[in-house]
Design a protein around this ligand. Structure first.
Ligand code: KG4
Ligand code: ZN
Length: 413
């Protein structure tokens, strides 16, 4: 806290940017919301991230500390370790984002922080640190839903109006939702078990890709994408799950089980021990990635057809947004492009660095909420984090009852 007080003093004189904005606001009063500046803080999982974003979407400063390498070594996220690392890094990361932005804490319009959903121990660090800042600098607090932030990121990078369909695919989440407004979501479907990123991480661990010289520092999903480029997806026939369920839900744990069995069989055939790298690892990666892409594409296709059938999306030029860590996978994006072309939709993805967890999306969600006048707290003392929290109104049962048949598309990627 002490260091932040110092920063506040250093930048207490109005900056050039502030003077410029003040003069501009005299001429263009309708632009006054552009001068809002929000600090966003993200600690819901294993990234400690912060960013300062202004009302016109300029990223003034950002910083991130990723724990991926540590968790790769332990074979998954250990919550108390994640908590310790968040505690060790949060002050430095917030400081870095603020200093890069040349905005002092006193100049902030609000502080926005992820409070749901996520790992309890990780969320707690971000929330308690943010509440100290809120108290110290007497700023409004904007509690953020992590998935809402992922969904709205596209409005920072592209001009996208409501409504649009969003597919969020990450290590902790998998859902399809219609976005009708800043905090107005209809949930069309979600994973009934694990998320695709989690599945890819588990398969990568089972294949010991950490020991692969080209993949040692990559997340599981990235390692699978990298290796799949060298493999032949046709070597293994892995069927997509839930083919008969005409809804928009997903499932990945069965796929993981099937892949585990394939790996065990191949280990026996190749006469190698668990923990060594299979010669067929690239083929397995390619087959798994293809099956996941087909499964995700089919459920998304049905969601688009449902929304059009119910006039929830425009018939032409509807927008499909895909975000979350797994959205940085170009093979999956290509499968979704095929769906978008078949349904006359435009597919949009934020750049990879904004698909994975980051502070920019939290700050931008804060800006969106400030503009809409939604969820801005002037007294945040009763606010609590929520490890589990659904997004929007769940209409997945209605989607299933509509039982929309999806035309077969050729997935030649
Ligand atoms: O959104 P994110 O940073 O964190 C949350 O889970 O909320 O996503 C991380 C996940 C990990 O499971 C990681 O393996 C996966 O995204 N991922 C990928 C790729 N890059 C990261 N999955 C597939 N292909 C990629 N290129
Ligand atoms: Zn995320």
């Amino acid at each position: 806290m002490l260091t932040l007080t110092k920063t506040a003093r250093v930048f207490s004189k109005p900056s050039k940017r502030k003077i410029h904005e003040f003069l501009r606001s005299l001429y263009y009063p309708s632009e006054r919301f552009f001068h809002r500046v929000v600090l966003g803080i993200e600690t819901s999982c294993d990234d400690t991230a912060a960013a300062v974003v202004d009302g016109s979407g300029h990223v003034l400063g950002e910083a991130i500390h990723s724990q991926t390498e540590v968790h790769l070594k332990t074979g998954g996220i250990v919550p108390p370790v994640a908590q310790r690392l968040h505690r060790e890094n949060i002050e430095r990361i917030v400081q870095q984002a603020l200093s890069a932005s040349h905005v002092s804490p006193n100049e902030l319009s609000a502080i926005a922080t992820t409070i749901k959903p996520g790992l309890a121990l990780s969320l707690g660090v971000g929330l308690s640190y943010s509440l100290q800042l809120v108290h110290q600098f007497k700023k409004p607090f904007i509690p953020i839903h992590h998935m809402e932030a992922h969904a709205l990121t596209i409005r920072l990078t592209n001009q996208v109006e409501f409504p649009f369909l969003v597919l969020l695919i990450s290590g902790g989440h998998c859902l399809l939702a219609l976005v009708r407004g800043v905090s107005d979501f209809l949930l069309l479907g979600k994973s009934l078990d694990i998320a695709p990123g989690d599945m890819l991480d588990k398969v990568a661990r089972r294949l010991s890709l950490m020991k692969h010289p080209e993949c040692s520092t990559m997340s599981g999903g990235k390692a699978i994408e990298h290796l799949a480029k060298q493999g032949n997806k046709l070597c293994f026939d892995i069927k997509p799950p839930m083919q008969r369920a005409k809804n928009c839900d997903f499932s990945f744990s069965g796929l993981q089980h099937v892949t585990d069995k394939i790996i065990m069989k191949k280990e026996r055939e190749e006469g190698i021990e668990k923990g060594q790298i299979l010669s067929s690892a690239a083929d397995i990666a390619a087959a798994v990635q293809h099956t996941i892409a087909c499964h995700i594409a089919k459920r998304t296709h049905r969601a688009l057809l449902f929304c059009k059938q119910r006039d929830l999306l425009p018939q032409n030029n509807a927008v499909l947004v895909v975000s979350g860590g797994v959205a940085s996978n170009f093979y999956i994006r290509k499968a979704l492009e095929i769906v978008a072309n078949a349904t006359q939709c435009t597919l949009l993805c934020p750049p990879p660095r904004l698909c994975t967890d980051n502070g920019v999306m939290i700050a931008w969600n804060g800006i969106e909420r400030l503009r809409a006048g939604l969820g801005i707290l002037h007294d945040a003392k009763d606010i609590r984090y929520e490890p589990k929290c659904p997004l929007g109104i769940d209409i997945s049962k209605e989607v299933g009852e509509a039982a929309i048949k999806v035309p077969r598309l050729k997935m030649s990627i």
